[in-house]
Design a protein around this ligand. Sequence first.
Ligand SMILES: *Cc1c(COP(=O)(O)O)cnc(C)c1O
Length: 406
Amino acid sequence: MSDNHSDLPSLPEGLVRRTPWPASVSRAVGTPLQPSVVYASESPDQLDAQYGGQVKGFTYAREGHPNAEVLAGKIDALEAAPLQGQGLIVGSGMAAVSAVVMGLLSAGDHVVAGVQLYGRSLRLLTQDMPRFGVTATLADPTDVRAMEAAIRPETRLILIEVVSNPTLRVADMDGILALGRAKGISVAVDNTFTTPRGYRPFDHGADIVIHSVTKMLAGHSDATLGYVACRDADDRKAIYDFATTTGMTPSPFDCWLAERGLYSFHLRYDRAEDNARLLADHLAGLKGVRRVIYPTRPDHPDHNRAVGLLGQRGGHMLSFEVDGGRAAANALTRAMPDLAFAPTLGDIGTTLSHPGSSSHRAVAEADRLAQGISEGFFRISVGVEDIALLKRDFTGGVAAAAATAG
Ligand SMILES: *Cc1c(COP(=O)(O)O)cnc(C)c1O
């Protein structure tokens, strides 16, 4: 017993030789999860043909892998993407936005973007891209003349969201898409909030569609992913090459989770949307609620456009404001401990966010208030719970806020 090593069994012959997948005449119903980073080819000739595109074969996961491809194909179908089977999955929604902006634009180019884009998209355009010589002008996408006035000779891209965060303003999509067409400028639509069940940008002429798959499409707050699809094959290649070079690779496991979530997307979305509409009307009737913002409510500032664009599909996002400032806001969330107070959206369960202390904390107070985002302002990502439960939770929360304010 002097030498421990001599007691260890010797390494079995062939242990590190990879074992073939067990043969089976039946096939798996669930999509297999394929975490392999590398793929073995038969010969240099075959590998050459793979890289050359004459034969299809995965090589290295950064360049593409089956779980991403399966997921992308399903979102391509939902979005009715013109290049079916060509959608790209990247590691996050922000990777998707970055891949579009950095893959397509060069120093000297200019972007016109919605003034209420997702916070990190705004930061990318206004803080980071100028370091690479790409500038942006922000304009109000509910006003197509303001968007047009922001265009310069060097404008190459218009980036907008259909429904804005968190005040749920509805962009003049028809006007902006017509503007892009008339000026020969690509229009990219971040469709995360609306989802393809609410609005399909390609049907209306958009050039590029972006998603944070993290949100409603995956739907369970357990995978961080993004998606990009393009109308133009050259745009698609430029974005793919940039995303691959900069390593925006999605994890196969995240893709697998997201695909599993996606199977119930339409059911979750429809239920959450029904809940949101009912909860909006319920909140509007509660004492202490100053206003409710929901696109298909008649008191929404863009009501006519919302109904024209979305029909009666107002989506699963809803915002409201209570009287009483931060103290009332604290009382509201504390009175609803069963409901996740979390700066996200699109989870299967309802989540509540407070833009003043999260997404919009870096926005100057005057600008925040100008957008209508006071300390009593909340955004709800409505989930699929029993509506009676949601009404009870919010009735209690609003009452607690009102007690503080009173
Ligand atoms: C969350 C979100 C993003 C960013 O997505 P991540 O997956 O969190 O990186 C981009 N745009 C919108 C509209 C979002 O809601």
